[in-house]
Write a protein that binds this ligand. Sequence first.
Ligand code: FES
Length: 250
Amino acid sequence: MIVKIISDVERIGRNTVTIRFSWDQKVEPGQFLMVWMPNHSEIPISISHTGPLKGITIRSYGETSEAMIGLRKGDRIFFRGPYGRPFDIKPGRKLIVGGGSGMAGLLPLVDSRAYGVVSARTSSDLLFADRFAEGHVTMVTDDGTAGIRGFAIDGVKSLQLDEFDMMYVCGPELMLKSILDYVAHKSIPAQFSLERTMKCGIGICDSCSIDGRQLCTEGPTFSKEELMGMHEFGTTRLTESGKRIQIGRH
Ligand code: FES
């Protein structure tokens, strides 16, 4: 377990924070940490800042993340990692599609030429849309309070995909599935980062398995071609207790 002192906490909107800390470790976009707090469960969190001053961006959705967003500068943060297969970054123009807190793990990919589709339930939940160059982002909200009213796929459908060399996508699995179905037979290459239950992060517990592959060691990033062969993608997943359930929209 690695322990670091928090050097800064940036509050982003009503229930999201970015926690920054110095860590002299090479970390690649798409990797994650298993983050722990005393008296709480360990949870996987994408790394949103990969420079010398690392960062993780946390949205409150459960008891550990709820406790984490109360952390302050000078507090300690406990974690293991970095884990997971990073994105395979290709040269050329990137199309970055992030849903909800999924934008956190995509942030290290944003550059001056990148174009973003940033989606969330409502305008106050949109994450990092301001990090794209002017005119380089399409915002999408479920309730229409910003940008297009609809889902991330509606933002993707509004674009000319042949203007881009690679698509990078992260968000809820049903969002990923709708985008995969749309681009499956188009020429644009795509990589997806999946969010599923993870307990150990190192390939032991099998809580993260999808079609016999482990998200924590073989993912969380997968290519379009890899996902097209997975029957459990967008249909079923394991819960914390190991029960297999249907995936519903969230
Ligand atoms: S989280 Fe335990 S095997 Fe992947």
